[in-house]
Design a protein around this ligand. Structure first.
Ligand code: BG6
Length: 300
């Protein structure tokens, strides 16, 4: 059992970083500085809230999310590792890997000279992780909370051999209505349509979503923005170390079939994910590291 008081003694920063148990189960880190507030759950190194001052919440969280061991949190920024989607050869293994189903340790918390806050969480290979994946690794989530939120998954290979992995920073953004947003930055990109298995190329300047959509845009690192008329804001999303941008919204029917989402939940989120998947997996030599990151900002 992780003790939030002990964590507070070791990693708390007066008025800026605190630890809290929810329902006596999962432990959260609360960050508050002059730029923003954020909540991060140690289970999965999962950011569940990011709210720059004087603006609205940027991330969507399901009001019916599970917060218990063995179940993924629905919303926020799930960290998928060391594979994205179903496991390639063994469908009994957890969808999106095991990292979102494990407790991460706190490595460090820091108040940066510019007033931002940094939180680093770590997941190391163990007997438990080796049940799912045979390699040794150290995965660190670096989170920097300022006017923007920067999330970086830094994976070090501590095995004696090279390994290949997939991952995703599977961010859920809070939007006024799926019918009132447009996603910019995807024009001209080729994508795999997961729902039909076909490939396509986006001709439209702006992606508008009016039906179930799961597109994996290939070989792209370009920035994307969600223009939200209803909330009168643009969420900007930059990324590095990921060649696939996944856009997902389940729409009404599939949403109603998901036990951890309200029936109308689909209307208020869209996922724009930085992934390493399909032909764009990541290979890391022994002793080397690789970083995948996203930077989220808001323009009003
Ligand atoms: C998306 C996938 O990235 O994640 C979808 O493309 C999937 O197919 C979605 O439904 C949510 O996954 P999960 O495992 O969190 O329900």
């Amino acid at each position: 059992m992780i003790d939030s008081d002990e964590l507070d003694d070791k990693f708390g920063i007066e008025g800026e970083v605190g630890f809290m148990e929810m329902d006596g189960e999962l432990v959260f880190i609360n960050v508050s500085n002059k730029y923003a507030d954020a909540d991060i759950c140690l289970y999965g190194a999962h950011v569940t809230s990011f709210r720059p001052v004087r603006t609205m919440e940027m991330l969507w969280m399901s009001s019916e999310s599970n917060y218990e061991e063995g179940k993924a949190i629905r919303g926020g920024i799930p960290v998928c590792f060391p594979w994205f989607g179903p496991h390639k050869t063994d469908s009994s293994l957890p969808q999106h890997g095991f990292a979102r189903l494990m407790y991460w340790d706190v490595l460090a918390t820091k108040s940066l000279p510019n007033g931002e806050t940094q939180v680093d969480l770590i997941l190391k290979s163990s007997e438990e992780t080796r049940k799912y994946w045979p390699y040794d690794f150290e995965a660190v989530m670096h989170l920097t909370i300022g006017t923007t939120l920067t999330v970086t998954l830094d994976v070090k290979n501590t095995s004696a051999e090279s390994f290949e992995y997939g991952c995703a920073l599977h961010s859920y953004f809070f939007i006024s209505d799926i019918a009132h947003i447009g996603i910019e930055g995807l024009k001209g990109l080729s994508y795999l349509n997961q729902l039909t298995g076909e490939t396509g190329k986006q001709d439209e300047d702006v992606l508008q979503i009016s039906e179930p959509l799961t597109r994996h845009y290939q070989n792209t690192e370009t920035p994307v923005a969600i223009a939200d008329e209803g909330f009168r804001r643009r969420i900007t999303i930059e990324k590095a170390g990921s060649k696939v941008t996944t856009v997902w919204n389940p729409a009404e029917e599939a949403c109603a079939g998901m036990g951890d989402m309200p029936d109308d939940g689909f209307a208020n989120f869209v996922c724009v994910e930085a992934t390493a998947s399909f032909d764009y997996m990541i290979t890391v030599a022994p002793g080397e590291s690789f970083q995948t990151s996203q930077v989220f900002g808001v323009e009003e």
